[in-house]
Design a binder for this molecule. Sequence first.
Ligand code: GAL
Length: 420
Amino acid sequence: MKIARQAGALRLVALVSALVVAAGAQAGEVEVLHWWTSGGEAKAASALKATMQGKGHGWKDFAVAGGGGDAAMTVLKSRVVSGNAPAAAQIKGPSLQEWAAEGVLANMDAVAKAEKWDEVLPKAVSDVMKYKGNYIAVPVNVHRVNWLWANPAAFQKAGAKMPTTWDEFFTAAEALKKAGIIPVAHGGQNWQDFTTFESVALGVGGVDFYKKALVQLDPATLSGATMEKVLATFKRVKSYTDKNAPGRDWNLATAMVIKGEAGMQLMGDWAKGEFIAAGKAPGKDFVCVAAPGTAAAFTFNIDSFALFKIKNADNQKAQSDLAAAIMAPAFQEVFNLNKGSIPVRLGVDLAKFDDCAKLSSKDFVADAKSGSLVPSIAHGMAVPSATEGAIKDVVSQFWNADKMTAKEAQTRLVAAAKTR
Ligand code: GAL
């Protein structure tokens, strides 16, 4: 009896080890660099981790905190230079081409072909994911940047109306201030200053001005009267922020609106991920409206992962599985529900998405048709990274230096725009 039981147990052990070995032959590990560390972001990132683990692969989290990703990009550069690239890294827009030109990115055409990426992605998006015709990256979402987030209870207390123009914005800000509420929640970090700046530029100057000034970097537009007005309006926003804004992380600024300490925040829809993670309901506890003057335009910010050349065959398999998983409809749904963005893949059912996402999706399609879909310069979509960095610095210097005139800032902008 005892011997039979032991033999049975041994057989079970042998069977289990055989299964483990079989699974082990398939399983690899992906190291993934990203900067998604806030509440909503982390939930979205963990959906990716769970998906990979569900496929039997290991997940090595390479999270580098810091909104907008500046810190993450610095760390990534040193890792790649030392020959130790992660399998995937959050890299976006024109930077993808810069990395591909270094020869460090992997060709993902086999996955792209098998998963029909050319058919399920808008061409404007798939073009950015390719280098010399080959896929080197996979997109995960579409964020809209030109949003204003507001706390309706704070507005009610102040007797303020939700603004649709910059004049109405300042009227509401004044009323909130009188009611003892911080009108604008802001974090004084250069990418946040820049995020506010581009929404002001779009709202005050309009789509054509935005394209000429911040996409084509036309010197005459950068030094013209409209840009002067944009800069003056931008600086006026600062007078409605609080004295603790310098250095504050964006999600802490969002938390101020969540708690009603502040009335509004100008931020992309990753902010919605924070409201949702805090259990708040859109339309009831918080409101999303287009940034003043921008209802008929859409500043897009598409998150994507670049896939690096790696050596180990099991890890290469894991990397391909990661790329396929990111584009799968089920993942696109769960990830974007948490992230605040909308699926980048065409035809994903939006039934589970809220009204902010539905509006974003409707406007994305309409603005693509009408030509008012514009790339976010603050989020790496519009110009080379060196140019973006130089312009961003001028914008923040202007925001912070009380004595700099708009004219002076314009002279500096024209110079910065030539940086490559
Ligand atoms: C953006 C990124 C978003 C969000 C945000 C704040 O650049 O595209 O996904 O993470 O930074 O960290």
